[in-house]
Design a protein around this ligand. Sequence first.
Ligand code: NDP
Length: 331
Amino acid sequence: AREIHLKQRPHGEPRLGDFELVETELPDPGDGELLVRNTWMSVDPYMRGRMNDVKSYVPPFEVGAALEGGAVGEVVASGDERYAPGDRVLHGFGWRDHALLPAKRVQKIDTTVVPEQAYLGVLGMPGLTAYAGLVEVAPVRDGDVVLISAAAGAVGSAATQIARLLGASRVIGIAGGPEKCAYVTEELGANTAIDYKAGKVGAQLRAIAPDGIDVFFDNVGGEQLEAAIGSLRLHGRVALCGAISGYNATEAQPGPRNMWRLIGIRAQLRGMIVTDHAHLRDRFIEQVGGWLASGALRYRETVVDGLDAAPQAFIDLLRGANTGKMLVRVG
Ligand code: NDP
């Protein structure tokens, strides 16, 4: 089997030399274990944080060991009577072509409505993040004006559509470049898109939404968060989901300079981690699965082929090369 190890901790932007492809021998599965041939694996922005040696909500990756992350695959040998060769499963042992893992760490997936890799994107962790953010963390109410950052990405593209489907009167997406902005309005149904590479977000937002916004779903942080705070209305709500603009930073980033505004408008900024919202999973699968089946909600994937291309796919994800979910077809 082949797996990708973290060779050294990246400093700033990750480089190919920070990763290493390693050949391993996998034994047959023991009692309660499964051997899974991975078909798809996910690269996600949060993995950048795990590459640093810092205390966080998940332990850091170890140098010299295989990376981990979401993956789907096919059971090829089973030491658990509940699983048989051919079963399709979702698990957390990505960054390798074969995984030997305890059966209690996998989840069977239903591929009758969506293809298996959708469980790494729209019907998986990123989709649930978008759903939980807008249902629970910064709930969207009828008539709200909702702003979403990284709106053309995995979480953001789901959030943009979910905001609309939950009754927002107006949805504004922020993305990098005219093509992504066209995707956000034409395919995802946002009313307007802001191209953050074309000019200051604060000024663009004030021009588009002079009366302000009610909800901000933030994937980016930095300048975009400051701009959103500047436009929040009375009782505005912010889901702090990600801060990708600072993930490769080697020094502390300046915070929003306008936090004092939150006092007068009695606003709420709330950090979120998707795993706290597992109780929403059934409702999410039913509602978002229903929207997918009816065509009310759509998704895109950016697919890179081959396990050995995974490090580059991860580097490119942080540079914004993806539209929709960035995936590696392990093949
Ligand atoms: P995306 O598919 O959105 O990919 C990342 C995108 O971020 C890129 O496509 C790029 O889009 C954008 N980006 C990169 N650098 C910058 C920058 N400097 N400024 C603005 N935008 C930038 O990834 P995900 O959907 O998987 O994740 C989105 C966010 O959600 C991340 O911050 C992630 O950490 C967070 N997250 C949080 C979870 C939680 O539980 N709190 C769970 C899952 C994700 P563009 O071309 O538009 O710049």
